[in-house]
Design a protein around this ligand. Structure first.
Ligand code: GLP
Length: 241
């Protein structure tokens, strides 16, 4: 794993944006894997600013998001679909029909998972996947204990994850109990992975990622076995031990 050490959240966002913009400009058609949560908001803001200032084009870019809550419509303000529109897609020249998230309202969720996984494969796989990390080492919504062989699947969210994400909801009981997430094997199929880690809240997870063993008890540890992972971590995230 290649680690880029930066000082601040802003610098992390800037560095990540530069890496993505360079690819978008030079690769032509590409499949970009995207994440939600607090961590990549700054990155998306930088991509929007660059698009406005320099006209970087997303016409040839297709996106696949890691995950979506079960039970929230695409327009629900807490859905990841709405998040992506608000923070990125509405502000760049991407064709919305090229943006993909699992459908958390599908009547047959198992079928939806299979469809999503097949769609990623049929489009040639993900070239670059942006990732955040949960305090318990989750990636996407793959909680500790998830099989490294998992593909897109339905998960029951851990209470700690629901609690961490409740800051975006009015009340704890509004936080969905389930989500659809790319599996760990789905994420590992990506040709390249860009993991963003920021803040003291993530310092323990960062320390365990760098120093712990590869174990499904800490899902992000599998990234050590991927050929092309870049971690951009700010000072606070690196202060654990
Ligand atoms: C959420 C998301 C993950 C995200 C993680 C960290 O539950 N499903 O994709 O990486 O938790 O979130 P944050 O960046 O807000 O700390």
């Amino acid at each position: 794993m290649n680690i880029i050490k930066v000082e601040s959240y802003d610098e992390m966002s800037q560095k990540a944006a530069e890496l993505i913009i360079e690819k978008v400009k030079n690769v032509g058609r590409m499949n970009l894997g995207l994440a939600t949560g607090g961590t990549p908001k700054g990155l998306y803001q930088k991509l929007v600013e660059d698009h406005k200032a320099n006209g970087t084009s997303y016409k040839e870019v297709t996106t696949f998001n890691l995950d979506e809550y079960v039970g929230l419509s695409a327009t629900h303000p807490n859905s990841y679909n709405d998040y992506m529109n608000r923070f990125l897609f509405n502000h760049i020249n991407i064709d919305k029909s090229n943006t993909h998230l699992p459908n958390g309202l599908a009547s047959d969720l198992e079928k939806e998972c299979k469809r999503y996984e097949a769609n990623i494969d049929a489009s040639g796989g993900i070239d670059l996947q942006v990732l955040g990390i949960g305090e318990n080492g989750h990636i996407g919504f793959n909680e500790p204990g998830t099989s490294f062989d998992s593909r897109t699947h339905v998960v029951k969210l851990e209470e700690s994850t629901r609690k961490a994400n409740s800051r975006y909801f009015q009340a704890m009981d509004e936080v969905p109990t389930h989500a659809i997430t790319m599996g760990i094997a789905t994420i590992m199929k990506s040709k390249e992975i860009l993991l963003l880690v920021s803040g003291a809240r993530k310092a323990k997870a960062m320390h365990r990622l760098l120093n712990g063993e590869v174990s499904s008890a800490f899902p992000a540890s599998i990234l050590k076995q991927h050929r092309n992972v870049t971690i951009v971590a700010d000072h606070q995230a690196r202060s654990g031990g």
